[in-house]
Ligand binder design. Sequence first.
Ligand SMILES: [Zn+2]
Length: 361
Amino acid sequence: MPECFLCGNTDTTVQDNSHPYLLSCPICGQYMVPERFYDAICRDKHSEIHLPSGECISKEDIRYKGKCVAFERKLKGLDRYILVADADKEKYRKDGDFYPMGLNEFLDEFPKNHELLDRALLNLGRRENQRFGKKLFISAGVYASALFADTHDVVGNIINYLFSNKLIEIKTEHHSIDAWEIVITPDGWARIAELQRNSGELSDKAFIAMWFNNEKNGEIRGAIEEAVKGAGYKSIVIDEKRHEDFIMNQIINEINESRFVIADFTSIPEGKDKDAKLVNGVRGGVYWEAGYARGLKKKVFHTCRKDTQDRLHFDIEQINTLFWELEGNSIKDRAKFVNGLKQTIWAEVGKGPYCGRLGYN
Ligand SMILES: [Zn+2]
């Protein structure tokens, strides 16, 4: 009997003639997983997966954290990923709708303790399809995943915390053994709106942080804007003139309202122009904007021209960076760069509201 790699549901279809396998689970949605991972967990019933890096990922983690992350992603419309070893992501980057995600990176999306209640409430709001006053049935079975719970006791505790914070009402007359009926209160909906606003979750904007005083700059700016548009978002670029005036409030507001930020860390050596004014060098503004966005817990995607890689500050050296190169006046393998950035955006924040809209892409 085929089963879902993530949640174990046996109503799953597994296309094992595709590489990687294509799975459709009623709970987790559609995703792909390499044959080797699937076999280890679902066919050979091993208790762990061995990654090329030497790490092991336990079946327990996949079936608890992985299942909850998959359920939240499905509720957010963020399924259709390929689960691979983190080191193999590049190999699986291809055209089409499915984008590679490292297994560790995927499991790391499981909320930290202090975020859990907020994320659980957001999931309940998503499950209700934004309908006010509708009763919601939660059982200790699969739908407990919306609350990031693995046992009946944990489901009960999370429901009680939400109730004591006046975010939900419990409608079940006698607390039954394995199910609760709840309704999100007006306070609960207000909290959901506040959380969505702060995370920029409803935003259709992407803030692009880069320098503008280089003649080759238009090429990379165009490529980044094309990737943002392809991913379904609008680019917000503060042009050079305004950067010089340093309209701080405007930059702060634009970043606050953006869903994510793309920061290009290209820097060419410092020099003097004809008026002996200092030009080029490391772009402090880009570092500042990327750091500010990260502090707001927004996703920040890094790009950099490959030949200036050794000028990256050591603080950000370890962060995944999409490198690009110039060939004459054009970007080398431009289509590959644009597609790679687009797919990274899809993997991390999902498709934007303009994705595939006629007349836009
Ligand atoms: Zn599943």
